[in-house]
Ligand binder design. Structure first.
Ligand code: GDP
Ligand code: IMO
Ligand code: MG
Length: 428
């Protein structure tokens, strides 16, 4: 089964980083296909915590090819910072990392525009990461974006940059009363990254397809989660790319017929950062306890994550949209302290039971969760690595989720470390 896509099944932060780092052990290629440095994937390496925003989570293993695909938007300053951090930790990047020549570049004016719109009061606040994600994807779709390959021709880069600059300067001043730095200064700053970009740049579509032809084991690393998908998530409270499995095809240039498996990563409860509907959200002591026990604070922005019970409506939607054939359940240990654990199995809207997630955010906002209750186990599961060693009530909870969703678990994670994992089946 050489090509597997790993996606987030909720609103991001499901523990994809840990899982991908773990599974990368047996993979040859690990490739990011969407999002940018809005992502924060946490990995524990030799007891030290690392958060990756752009570089694939396989980089901690020696001699793995890590690919940043064309579907990713790349802030060169953020990439440089991450490279420096990894090199300081002794990680070899040269020969192990390739950036797509077709990846769009996040410019300083994208970040200003992102924050400007969020603070303008004209639109509903999304609670973005402020990393310029939306505006850079907007430029990509509007066909005015600057791409990695543009760095190969300085005069062309200059021309494209200045055309954008003139437009953005007027817009940002007019809309948000924000000045942007002098064009030559910004261009000089941009050109500081030229050598880095050219050194790591390559035709990743060809590379991926060569690896597929060689039958290499390939992991496509999803960022964000299903409910943040631009088309299928809780629009407009979403990110600006396709986080579902289909995004791997467009974001890496690989055909759908070459994808063998889709693995969904899902937390034993639910979290979301930023604004937007969240039917099973807990605004009470239980929510506070989930946040505390799960250390639910954003890996990118440090914001407290909103917490709630497991939502089977969301999980079923994610399974259907991405064709999830197996799941990895994470953070089961966080539920150790609860007397009662709930699972949302349906939504009620104006007294009616909904069987599908509504398209309108304002309707989803008013949906009431219908819960099934489970008895807690009140025992420590952290670090358990055999299913038989789990408390009976933990097994019952896991089995109930599997039965409800009709998809098996590949692994169950009982802690942030690599060895804190129950492995039911190996992916590769
Ligand atoms: P990602 O964006 O999906 O990669 O997830 P994040 O890294 O943003 O957030 C997941 C957090 O949970 C990180 O701090 C991980 O170290 C941690 N984590 C992952 N799996 C487990 C687990 O099974 N138990 C506990 N307690 N923490 C976990
Ligand atoms: P990982 O890969 C959780 C959320 C933001 C905001 C919305 C739009 O770590 O799971 P954006 O900056 O993308 O325009 O913000 O999307 N968001 C994430 N939430 N995990 C992520 O990534 C996220 N990436 C974006 O909080 O609500
Ligand atoms: Mg994260």
């Amino acid at each position: 089964m050489p090509v597997a896509v790993v996606i987030g099944m909720q609103w991001g932060d499901e523990g994809k980083g840990k899982v991908i780092d773990l599974v990368s052990e047996n993979a040859e290629v690990i490739a990011r296909y969407s999002g940018g440095n809005n992502a924060g994937h946490t990995i524990i390496q030799n007891g030290e915590e690392f958060v990756l925003h752009l570089i694939p989570s396989g980089i901690f293993h020696k001699n793995k090819l890590c690919v940043i695909g064309n579907g990713v938007v790349v802030d060169p300053a953020a990439l440089k910072e991450e490279m420096d951090m990894l090199e300081k930790a002794g990680i070899e990047l040269e020969g192990n990392l390739v950036l797509s020549d077709r990846a769009n570049i996040i410019m300083p004016y994208h970040c200003i525009s992102d924050k400007g719109r969020e603070g303008s009061g004209k639109f509903k606040k999304i609670g973005t990461t402020g990393r310029g994600i939306g505006p850079s994807y907007s430029d990509k779709i509007s066909r005015v974006g600057i791409r990695a390959c543009d760095f190969a021709d300085e005069s062309l880069l200059r021309e494209k940059f200045l055309a954008n600059y003139d437009e953005k300067k007027v817009l940002l001043k007019h809309l948000y009363n924000t000045e942007i730095a002098d064009s030559e200064k910004l261009l000089d700053e941009l050109l500081q990254y030229k050598d880095m970009i050219l050194k790591f740049m390559g035709n990743t579509h060809s590379l991926m397809n060569e690896k597929i032809a060689e039958n290499a084991k390939i992991l496509c690393e999803g960022a964000q989660g299903t409910m943040l998908d631009i088309d299928h998530g809780t629009y407009p409270y979403v990110t600006s790319s396709n986080s579902i499995s289909g995004g791997a095809c467009t974001g890496l240039g690989i055909p759908p017929t070459k994808i063998d498996r889709v693995v969904g990563v899902i937390k034993a409860y639910t979290t979301r950062v930023g604004e937007g509907p969240f039917p099973s959200e807990l605004k009470d002591d239980d929510g506070e306890l989930l946040r505390k026990e799960g250390s639910e604070f954003g890996a990118t922005t440090g914001r407290p994550r909103r917490c709630g019970w497991f939502d089977a409506m969301v999980a079923k939607y994610a399974i259907a949209l991405s064709g999830v054939d197996s799941m990895i359940l994470t953070k089961i240990d966080v539920l150790d302290v609860f007397d009662t654990i709930k699972v949302c199995t349906a939504y009620k809207y104006k007294g009616k039971v909904l069987t599908e997630i509504p398209a309108e955010a304002h309707i989803l906002e008013q949906c009431q969760p219908v819960y099934t209750e489970f008895k807690g186990w009140k025992q420590v599961t952290a670090g358990i690595d055999r299913f038989d060693d789990l408390p009976d009530n933990t097994k019952k909870y896991i089995d109930a989720l599997r039965d409800l969703l009709g998809v098996d678990f590949l692994m169950i994670s009982t802690g942030p470390g690599r060895d804190q994992t129950l492995r039911m089946e190996t992916l590769f």
